[in-house]
Write a new protein. Structure first.
Ligand code: GLU
Length: 550
């Protein structure tokens, strides 16, 4: 029996060859310089912020070169697959407006693109053709090592301080004759298919990573598994080779954790004579923890999961900006010069990624977000708030929709001016900033009156003001001069300078007076423009509120 016979015996139904697939998935006809990137998640549950950074870079790199960004579902590990994971991934891409150009969704049977299937478990025949080819050429072989044998090899290697893996003399089945292998398979023995590595660990090769520069690695000499015995699907390494080759990926953007697999991938591409794509291994995402800097952790840090940003209601703009800022060191500078440009206009440069790690900072995100929200129109903030609260605060959603115009006016306080207020970074913070403008929320309030003033003094200010002075139709200047008149009438000083010179002559000053009014109406010491607040509340509601203080 030859290796070719063995290959036929293992894969009797696989008739297509590598050449057939080469023809079926030809080079893409794209303009010079166009890049093909992909997001290739394993549907194992949630999206880490590091995955999201890869997505953003994938997207930018494809869009800025008029290329293609596609989604591939890497579902070869059914044991780790979590229900709803694919839907969540899709949701995130849609939420952030980074929809892939090519994809396949099994649940809705939607698909786009001619380089599919884009779901690995549907590509079994393709992988088998490639594996069959290798076995046929004697470059891969069935391996019958049991789990116990592999455990004991690992133990002995650890004990003897050797490299871990199936290589050299540990690769017990690499030289088994095709006849013997066929016999064992016929007897129903379980096997994996392993690459018959031709690498030499003592030799080095150079590898260009677009982010990390030229790196040197020892050649791979490990007979890595390429097909699993459990479900006959390929391992990550082998699927990477087949898929990124046939789908004509030009740039693989993936996490740092894959750098150590480069020697394996280098050997696989060389074995088939395929051109390797270019690689960008993204930096780890770090955070400050006290005075330490450490890797962001999905266990310790809620912000490691992408669900965090949606729950909090960070606008998509803010999240993408924060990610771009850590992805490329010159992004912020570019943004200063191009305040209104879409982020995809930025020319992403892998060389400007920080190799030592990208420091993510929630304060920075908050700053970006506060700025962004402060520059929007009130109607735009209303719409964002409406969408967010529909999902995360239904009661508040009903309230703002019941008083839509009013809420918009509230959101507009101190907005249309040179330096608009920056009260909130996320939509979940808005309620905490404007709650007192809604009677429905203005219940059981705690008034923050200054303790220097007695209840009588407070009532005197409030009653005199609203009975004798306040007129809803006053313009701001008149409003202010009435505040002065009120102060003078009740023995508070209306001129701060005079007050400072002779504080004992007065009960207090005009700031105290307006503060009493502010607290009386809102319960708070600090609010935005009191004049506008009073106008928006309207006299009737104000009087109702004042009565409650009693
Ligand atoms: N499925 C792999 C992962 O989720 C993909 C890595 C890659 O982008 O090649 O980590």
């Amino acid at each position: 029996m030859t290796t070719k016979d063995l290959a036929n015996m293992i894969f009797p139904d696989i008739t297509k060859t590598i050449e057939d697939y080469e023809k079926e998935y030809p080079e893409r006809e794209l303009k010079e310089g166009a890049r093909v990137t992909r997001y290739a998640p394993s549907p194992t549950g949630f999206m880490h912020i590091g995955n999201f950074m890869s997505v953003v870079i994938d997207y930018v790199v494809a869009k800025q070169t008029n290329g293609i960004f596609y989604l591939r579902n890497e579902d070869t590990d059914s044991a780790r697959e979590q229900e709803g994971a694919v839907e969540y991934i899709r949701h995130v891409l849609e939420h952030y407006n980074m929809n892939p150009d090519e994809y396949e969704y099994r649940d809705t049977k939607e698909t786009k693109g001619i380089y599919g299937p884009y779901i690995q478990s549907e590509r079994k025949d393709i992988y088998h053709a490639f594996i069959k080819h290798l076995i046929s050429e004697g470059k891969a072989y069935p391996c019958f090592l049991t789990q116990e044998e592999m455990d004991s090899i690992r133990e002995s290697q650890t004990r003897d301080k050797r490299r871990i893996g199936i290589y050299g003399r540990f690769a017990k089945y690499r030289d088994l004759s095709p006849d013997e292998a066929a016999e064992r398979i016929k007897n129903g023995e379980k096997y994996t298919v392993r690459l018959k590595s031709s690498g030499d660990f003592n030799k080095k090769f150079k590898f260009d990573d677009l982010a990390n520069g030229t790196m040197e690695f020892p050649e791979n000499d490990i007979d890595i598994p390429i097909m699993k015995s459990s479900n006959l699907l390929p391992t990550y390494h082998f699927a990477h080779l087949v898929d990124d080759h046939l789908m004509r990926t030009t740039h693989v953007i993936r996490g740092q954790e894959w750098i150590s697999s480069v020697p394996v991938h280098y050997e696989l591409f060389k074995t088939f004579g395929f051109k390797m794509p270019k690689y960008i291994h993204t930096s780890l995402i770090l955070k400050k923890d006290g005075d330490k800097i450490r890797k962001i952790s999905k266990r310790l840090d809620p912000e490691a999961r992408m669900t965090y940003y949606e729950e909090k209601g960070y606008p998509i703009y803010s999240v993408i900006e924060a990610i771009m800022t850590i992805a490329n060191s010159n992004y912020e500078q570019w943004r200063e010069g191009h305040p209104d440009a879409p982020f995809t206009d930025f020319e992403f440069s892998p060389k400007k990624m920080s190799a030592s790690g990208a420091l993510f900072d929630l304060d920075k995100l908050d700053n970006i977000s506060k700025n962004y929200l402060s520059k929007l129109k009130a109607t735009e903030v209303f719409d964002l708030l409406d969408t967010w609260s529909k999902e995360y605060d239904v009661e508040f959603n009903e309230l703002i929709n019941k008083y839509k115009e009013y809420t918009t006016n509230v959101l507009n306080i101190e907005r249309e001016q040179k330096k608009p207020r920056k009260d909130y970074a996320s939509l979940s913070e808005v309620k905490g900033q404007i709650w007192y403008m809604f009677d429905e929320l203005f219940t059981d309030v705690e008034y923050q009156f200054d303790e220097r003033f007695s209840k009588e003094a407070i009532n005197e200010v409030l009653n005199t003001y609203f009975n004798e002075f306040y007129d809803e139709n006053d313009d701001k200047d008149t409003w202010f001069s009435k505040m002065q008149q009120l102060s003078d009438k009740l023995g508070y000083c209306s001129n701060m300078k005079e007050y400072k010179e002779n504080p004992d002559k007065y009960k207090g000053n005009i700031a105290d007076v307006s503060n009493i009014i502010r607290v009386g109406v809102t319960s708070l010491q600090q609010t935005p423009d009191l004049y506008v607040i009073l106008k928006l509340l309207g006299k009737d509601r104000i009087i109702e509120r004042i009565k409650k203080i009693g």
